[in-house]
Design a protein around this ligand. Structure first.
Ligand code: S3P
Length: 166
């Protein structure tokens, strides 16, 4: 059994994945963490040293490997952007859940987290990020098997909602 979470930065993929993992007693795999382990670098350090294009190559390689793991898989916000990754995500066995958050929710959360952990926030600023979010929205909607609105909800509540839909 695998449940894959997709959505923009700050939509709560990592936290909801932890909840799902606990509630369903399934292993939790976080793509960003797997990338950091494969690279031996944090994601901001990887962007800094090698740039986004190389990051996307590594992301695709690690995604391919991660799709053979059982349990919950939380992806990075940009994972579904590459067409080849869309194919991988859509053709796998198991639901793809899009955590849909409003601009307001994303703004509040990303400002609280700060720019240090998110290189694209550092590069684009909040206005640029919200533009990026708009361009990605149709991609998330296209590849999702379920769309869950997350605004104003607690992670445990979102996890329960996901469990009811699958
Ligand atoms: C990215 C999102 C990040 C991380 C990288 C690029 C993106 O993951 O993969 O900084 O392109 O949206 P989160 O969505 O977990 O922050």
């Amino acid at each position: 059994m695998r449940i894959t979470l997709i959505g923009f930065m700050g939509s709560g993929k990592t936290t909801v994945a932890q909840e799902l993992s606990q509630q369903l007693a399934l292993p939790n795999n976080d793509l960003d963490t797997l990338i950091e382990q494969a690279a031996g670098l944090t994601i901001p350090a990887y962007f800094e040293q090698f740039g986004e294009a190389h990051f996307r190559q590594l992301e695709q390689k690690v995604l391919t490997e991660a799709l053979s793991l059982e349990g919950i898989l939380s992806t990075g916000g940009g994972t579904p952007v590459q067409v080849s990754n869309q194919d991988l995500l859509q053709n796998q066995d198991g639901p793809v859940i899009f955590l849909d958050a409003s601009d307001q929710t994303i703004t509040t959360r990303l400002l609280a987290d700060g720019v240090a952990s998110r290189p694209l926030f550092q590069q684009l600023g909040m206005d640029g990020l919200l533009e990026l979010k708009q361009t990605r929205q149709p991609i998330y909607e296209k590849i999702a098997s379920e769309i869950i609105t997350v605004d104003g909800k607690q992670p445990a509540e979102i996890a329960e909602e996901i469990i009811h839909t699958i």
